[in-house]
Write a protein that binds this ligand. Structure first.
Ligand code: NAG
Ligand code: NAG
Ligand code: ZN
Length: 462
């Protein structure tokens, strides 16, 4: 009996102890008036070691996490520059603890599997659980699912993806659509989005045409080491776990060989550290190899991130690709489909070039796929609020199914466009684009209001 109680106590303190590192950290909302102020806030990251969750840009506030010790210094700096701020959360640890408690309760209530072997959308699954799930899927659905072990992460965890195809990827008249999530470790809400797509394509098929007409690649956990680290050590870890004497980790979304190093950090301790060289990391090399293996029919690539309710396209330096108009129009169609079913407490999606909507960023997974000829997007899923201010990286279990469902609405639209365009290209040598422009442009008219500013920011945190 006594051992039992001690075990419980140890277990409880073990579960919550990891959040101690955030005790007393304050989450601020920052409002800037101009691009100069945006730059100043970014500089504080290096100067004061504060953690910028989302950048403030004129017209859209940002979030910065600051330790107790640096609070005074931070507020003094902002006041001196005339930058507005307000405290959203006095102690972020309380909210991480709350998330942990809600997710733990949700997990203990969960059945974990539906009748036909799917995962449920009432909890967040661990790396080990997803690994086991993907293995099970191949066994349960051998006609459509092939499991591929693409290689190992820095710490030796298997990075596995599934191929979903009615013709085992042998029919080259079908386009390939590739979706991945958790390139950034802390963005937990993105996992249900890829799991939901798997659910709709394999287990509970509602869109038979998408299953028949497309070869799918779905990679739920690109960054397993970082993901495990967010569960056991540090909830807000973003990078992978590449070893380094001072600061471990490379920002995988700055490590691709596309404009590498132009708008990212060369300082290992920064959140946007681009690594020693392009594709220095096994995680990004694996994604590159998947893209190159299918480059002739990779029609659509979706990199699922959080947060901000955005659909972004390249290039990260602000130059539009030659298919920029189509990228925008299809982006708007996807966003419109999501907006139609989104949770009312979240804002409408914004669509635009990443450098116009957010800031310049180089070496991204999205730009790499764009450069090899796919339609390529970064989704920033919504932040969900717990009723206590914007806390985009933390997950309320009540939002998990909604996140999966609404994102799937966008994916469906993008995938159908990819299919139709691919068919048309192969029939006539022309793109299908012109045919849809006339009706899409009406929707895009009101949606596309990119702010007219450019600047040279090197950081991106979502
Ligand atoms: C679901 O998985 C969790 C975590 O492994 C476990 O605690 C829970 O008992 C499982 N639920 C069922 C019904 O097996
Ligand atoms: C931006 O990047 C793209 C892709 O690498 C390149 O074609 C373009 O010239 C770049 N634009 C600028 C202004 O450097
Ligand atoms: Zn991200």
């Amino acid at each position: 009996m006594q051992t039992y109680i001690i075990a419980i106590i140890l277990w409880c303190s073990g579960v919550y102890a990891k959040n101690e590192i955030y005790d007393g950290h304050i989450l601020y909302e920052i409002t800037v008036q101009n691009v100069e102020q945006t730059r100043l806030v970014t500089e504080l990251e290096e100067l004061l070691h504060v953690s910028v969750f989302t950048h403030a840009v004129p017209g859209r506030s940002g979030q910065v996490l600051v330790s107790k010790e640096r609070r005074g210094h931070f507020e003094t700096k902002l006041s001196a520059e005339g930058i507005e701020y307000k405290v959203i959360v006095e102690n972020i640890k309380d909210v991480i603890d709350l998330e942990e408690r809600l997710l733990t309760e949700a997990t203990s209530r969960s059945n974990n599997r539906t009748r036909n072997g799917g995962v449920t959308f009432d909890r967040i699954y661990t790396y080990e659980e997803i690994d086991a799930y993907l293995e099970e899927l191949q066994t349960l659905y051998p006609e459509t699912v092939t499991l591929v072990n693409a290689g190992n992460s820095v710490e030796g965890r298997a990075i596995k993806y599934i191929r979903v195809s009615t013709t085992n990827f042998q029919d080259s008249s079908k386009p390939v659509v590739f979706i991945e999530s958790l390139l950034h470790a802390r963005e937990w809400i993105t996992l249900p989005a890829t799991l939901y797509a798997i659910h709709r394509l394999v287990i509970d098929v509602t869109e038979e045409d998408l299953l028949q007409d497309i070869d799918w690649i779905i990679l739920p956990i690109v960054n397993p080491d970082g993901y495990v680290f967010t569960h056991v050590e540090n909830r807000f870890w973003r990078k992978n776990r590449a070893p380094s004497t001072l600061c471990p980790g490379v920002d995988l979304n700055r490590n691709f060989d596309i404009n590498w190093g132009e708008a990212s950090s060369n300082i290992a301790c920064m959140e946007t550290f681009h690594g020693p060289e392009p594709f220095s990391e096994p995680e990004t090399s694996i994604v590159r190899d998947i893209k190159l293996a299918h480059s002739n029919r990779l029609e659509l690539f979706l990199d699922i991130h959080s947060f901000g309710s955005m659909i972004l396209y390249g290039y990260g330096n602000g130059t539009l690709p030659s298919n920029g108009l189509i990228l925008h129009l299809v982006g708007v169609e996807m966003a419109t489909a999501i907006n139609a079913v989104k949770a009312s407490f979240n804002p409408d999606y914004i669509v635009g070039n990443v450098a116009l909507v957010l800031y310049q960023a180089s070496g991204s997974a999205q730009d790499y796929a764009q450069a090899i000829g796919s339609l390529s997007y970064t989704y920033e899923l919504p932040g969900y609020r717990f009723g206590i201010g914007g806390l985009g990286f933390l997950v309320d279990p009540d939002f998990i199914e909604q996140a999966g469902m609404e994102t799937w609405e966008g994916i469906k639209v993008g995938a159908r466009y990819a299919r139709d365009n691919y068919r048309h290209k192969h029939k006539s040598g022309l793109t299908f684009s012109a045919m849809i422009i006339s009706h899409v442009i009406i929707i895009s008219h009101d949606e596309f209001k990119p702010d007219k500013f450019t600047w040279n920011l090197s950081e991106c945190f979502t």
